[in-house]
Design a protein around this ligand. Structure first.
Ligand code: NAD
Length: 255
């Protein structure tokens, strides 16, 4: 099938049904990109796609489990056929399975490392072919302030720190093909992920937000749009000399 549109960049945003991924998809569409809104279930991406198309942008929903090699290969093929070869990739899909080390199950470790690290690896490997062909590209990986250590998150912290090494290595490997690769490391951001964490900890979410805000230099917590704004810069044409960096988007300095 011939791509429906041929005049702009195609971006893939994983985990874009909600939260930071949805805000990023909407922001990149606002920047003029065609956006592949990828999540586990394409039906869950409807609201993101509708927000983009209602604003005059171009987006389509695709389902894939980013930790599954066959699904990743297939979804990148479909995206290429249906909206164009992707040269921008935001590896945002994520999960948490928090537990203290002595209680952490093998499955909790494998699931978190699988989605964040294996997922980013599989997606980046599939998209790099198109970046190399185009001689231009942008990859942004979602790290976290948890990469610096966070009680109860050995699996997640390891995956988010691992993504920083992954980012720097891809920056070195893909730079000669016109690509930049960076990581954005959000601090506490209001999404279903942090809301669920509050529920698990038996804390009222609004109270958790107030407690966190008091510890942050700008005296507020992050919103998905705050993270999307940083990703927008790193995926822009003008950010071509910024690569292999980890940008903490946390309302103040971290560690
Ligand atoms: P969220 O839970 O609201 O959304 C995550 C999305 O990823 C969901 O739509 C989910 O269905 C999707 N997803 C999960 N597993 C997937 C898979 N295997 N394949 C495809 N999609 C999958 O989370 P969020 O808060 O928006 O977080 C987005 C990213 O930002 C994650 O990587 C997260 O670790 C990171 N992050 C979040 C915060 C925060 O405070 N919210 C802080 C630092 C980093």
């Amino acid at each position: 099938m011939t791509p429906l549109l041929t005049d702009t960049t195609t971006a893939v945003v994983t985990g874009a049904a909600r939260g930071i991924g949805a805000a990023t998809a909407i922001r990149l569409a606002g920047d003029g990109m065609r956006v592949a809104v990828v999540d586990l279930d394409a039906a869950d991406c409807a609201a993101t796609v509708e927000a983009i198309t209602a604003a005059g942008g171009h987006a389509a929903a695709f389902d894939a489990d980013v930790a599954d090699a066959e699904q990743v290969a297939r979804v990148i093929e479909r995206i290429t056929e249906e909206i164009g070869a992707p040269t921008v990739l935001v590896n945002n899909a994520g999960i948490t399975r928090d537990n203290l080390l002595f209680k952490m199950a093998d499955e909790e470790w494998d699931a978190v490392v699988g989605v964040h690290l294996r997922g980013a690896f599989l997606m980046s490997r599939a998209v790099q072919k198109h970046i190399v062909e185009a001689g231009w590209g942008r990859i942004v990986n979602l790290s976290s302030t948890s990469a610096l250590g966070n009680r109860g998150q050995a699996n997640y912290a390891a995956a988010k720190a691992g993504l920083q090494g992954f980012t720097k290595t891809l920056a070195i490997e893909l730079g000669r093909f016109g690509a930049t690769v960076n990581a954005v490391a959000p601090g506490f951001t209001v999404t279903e992920m942090t809301a669920a964490a509050a529920v698990r900890a038996g804390v009222d979410f609004e109270e958790a937000i107030a407690t966190m805000a008091a510890q942050i230099a700008v005296r507020r917590v992050g919103q998905p749009e705050d993270i999307a704004n940083a990703i927008s810069f790193l995926t822009s044409r003008g950010a071509g000399f910024v690569s292999g960096q980890v940008l903490y988007v946390a309302g103040g300095p971290v560690a």
